[in-house]
Structures are given as C-alpha cells and as structure tokens.
Design a protein around this ligand. Sequence first.
Ligand code: NAD
Length: 430
Amino acid sequence: MVTESLFEASSERLARALAHVAVSDDTLERLRLPKSVLKVSVPVRMDDGSLRTFPGYRVRYDDSRGPCKGGVRYHPDVNVDEVQSLAFWMTFKCAVLDLPFGGGKGGVTVDPKQLSQLELERLSRRYIDAIADFIGPDVDVLAPDVYTNQLVMGWMMDQYSTIRRQISPAVITGKPLSMGGSRGRDTATADGAFDVIETLLPKRYRGDGPPTVAVQGFGNAGATLASLLFDAGYRVVAVSDSKGGIHAPEGLHIPSVRKVKEEAAELEAVYCDGSVCDLVEHERLDAGELLELDVDVLVPAALENAVTEANAGAVGAKVVFEVANGPLTPQADDILADRGVWVVPDILTNAGGVTVSYFEWVQNRAGLYWSADEVRGRLRDRMTAQAERVWTIAEDGDMTLRTAAYVHALRRLGEAIDAKGSAETFRARR
Ligand code: NAD
C-alpha cells in the first residue's frame, strides 16, 4: 500500500515545482502541515455478539480553496501517515482541475474481506458517528476509495443524515443514483483520461496510422479506458491484470476481451481459450513485459510504483498517461525524461473521477440533476481546458508535464492563501 514513499514522492515533486514558481512563504508554511488530523476508534458489534474496535482517521490537509474533498479507504495497512499523504495529494489534484475544493482523505484500518455484509454496514455507520462533527457539505466531503463503493457511500450518507436530522446528500459523493449520485460517475476516471489523451497525444504523436496502446491494469479504470480508445480507433495491442497479459500487434478486440474476462474473472482465462482467440491471434505476456512493449502509448492503470529505477530503462513507450495513482517513482521520472519519454501525470490524467464527484456535489446542492450527456460535456470541457493549460505551462517554462501540473496547482493554492493576507500585505501596512 501507499505509505511515506508516496509522501516522499509528492514532496519531491513539489520541491521540483518550486524551482519554477514563485509562491509566498505563507503558502509554503500553510502547506507544510495538514490543517487537522482526526483519529478515532470505530466500535463494531460483530455477528457473534462480540465488540471490536478499529482505528479510523480523517485528515483535512488544506481548505484554502474550498471544503476538503477525498475518499475513505478500508484496508489493513491504513495508517495516519498514509491518509495524510493521500490528503496532500488530493489538495493538488483538486487545484489542477480548478475544483473549488481542498484536499482530504479518510480510512479505517480493517480487512473488509474478513467482515460480513452486516458487519461492514455497522462499521461504515459507526465510522460516520465518530467523524460526523468533523465533516459536512461545506467542510469536508467524502468519496469512495480502495474497498469502499457505492453501497458503502449510501450507508454513510444515510447515517450522516440521521445524525443531522436532515437529508444531506452533498456530504458524500459516489452514492447510488437513487440517493443523489451523479450520472457518469462510474466511468468518469476513464472518460477524463480519454479526454486528456485526445487533447495531449496529438501534440506528440506524429505517426500515420492509429496510435498503438498498452494498458497495464484491466480493472474499473483501465478496462473502461481501453474500450473508449478501441471505439475511437486506437490500436490497443496489449492489456494485463494481476494474473498476466495478452498482446496482439495488430490490435485486440477489446469488447470481446472484456466479455471473456467478465465471464472468466481473469485475463489468463482469455489467453487462447474462448472467443477472443477466434477473433485475433495473440501471445501471452508476463505482467512486466507489457511495460517494455514498443508502443506509442503506455497506460499504467494498476498500482503505485509500477515503474521504478529498476525497470524505467526498459519502458518501450513514447508517451505515458498515468491513470493509476503514483505509478512512477521520481527516479523513474528522471530516467524516462532523459530518454525523451513524455509522461502525463496522474494528478491531471486520472482527475475525471474527482471532477464528476464535484458535479455530484453541485447537483445535490442545486437539487437539479443533469443528463449523462450534460455530465460528459462538462467533464470534457474541464479536462480539455486544464490539459491545455498544463501543456502551455510546460512548453513556456521548458519543464516536464508533471512539474507543470504542480506549478499550475501551486499558483492556484498560493493565490487562495495569499488572498487572506500574506507577509507582504501585513509588512506593507505596518
Ligand atoms: P481495480 O481494482 O478495478 O483495477 C486494478 C486492476 O489492476 C485489476 O485488474 C488488477 O488485476 C490489476 N493489477 C494489479 N496488479 C497488477 C500488476 N502487477 N500488473 C498488471 N495489472 C495488475 O482498480 P481501479 O479502480 O481501476 O483503479 C486502478 C488505479 O487507478 C489505482 O491506482 C487507482 O488509485 C487509480 N484511480 C482510480 C480511480 C477510479 O475512479 N476507479 C480514480 C482515480 C485513480
């Protein structure tokens, strides 16, 4: 799981951005520490009648630009450092997309696979009991993350509404549609990543035919994005999951791969077994081999730290779009930059999810719900505009796209922090 390495990676990237942007000392001082960190115990009555308590956390890293926003993670490795790191990251992601939110994150140290459905429901409701005074539509807005989903969001929203004695859908996003969820939330991350690819790839890709793509991680985000790219005429030549990968230089038929995977539950079963092999010849890959394929575009959409100092030299792609959070270490970044590989960072590429979360919050507060087309159109406009801004900053400042994204976010954070008065303001008026 993500721990301090993520914080170190984010801090390192922030340090690199600081070389390119003048922000006030106040801004740096405000961003040095989280605004508040809440640690709670979550008592749960188990099915056998016993009582167990689980450690829980909620961190508000910075709210200079608006209420904090961030997911809730259920995992045995959750700890306060991890939650703090992820809240820091959310602060920058929301700023890149110009969402009126700061960064937050929460979690419970628990193995949800060991709980029954009823125990999971009690855990979710007791977590909200424990943090209810710390969150709210204008304070800190929750969302799904690792091992939390729509069902969990619905329980949490219901519990918060019970405590407040008023229906409060805007306290949490990623809810079921019937409880105030937004259309388009389930595919938002892939939709947003597709928009970023469509905006930025033409600035780099000079080939004649359709660009070739390899997707590492065929889950919610990766498989949906592979379908969107396939439908748009890209040649998706390889996909992988935790069991292994498949490769076909002439292109995979993604709808069939998805169908077979859904039926068989893993990609290994797709390999020369079932309908896909009838559609196109393909070879089997080890998970690591996919990263080395000579393709135009690599999409890491699985786990953090997939590309490190150890394997960055072997990456065969010309452009990398980071759909996973933190798939490249800072050392890998340097190696790829030296080799002329263009990396489009996670805080831009995968921000479609939090952007549609923002739309959900807006719809809840307005009480007016948008069509799928309206959500998609607004998402496209925002992703395209911010991708263009990041690209322009990178071009003008001769920096990587990642550094440009951090510069872009830092400027916005600095403006918000200084608007309340900076050292300069007060020195000038003394
Ligand atoms: P998921 O669990 O649905 O899918 C992850 C996929 O990665 C699975 O198919 C898994 O088998 C595969 N995988 C695991 N280890 C692998 C390996 N070593 N090699 C190849 N494949 C491997 O998760 P998801 O929701 O699609 O999220 C994927 C990444 O995108 C995560 O980093 C997540 O934080 C990030 N992300 C997701 C969203 C979202 O809305 N889903 C939003 C922002 C960021």
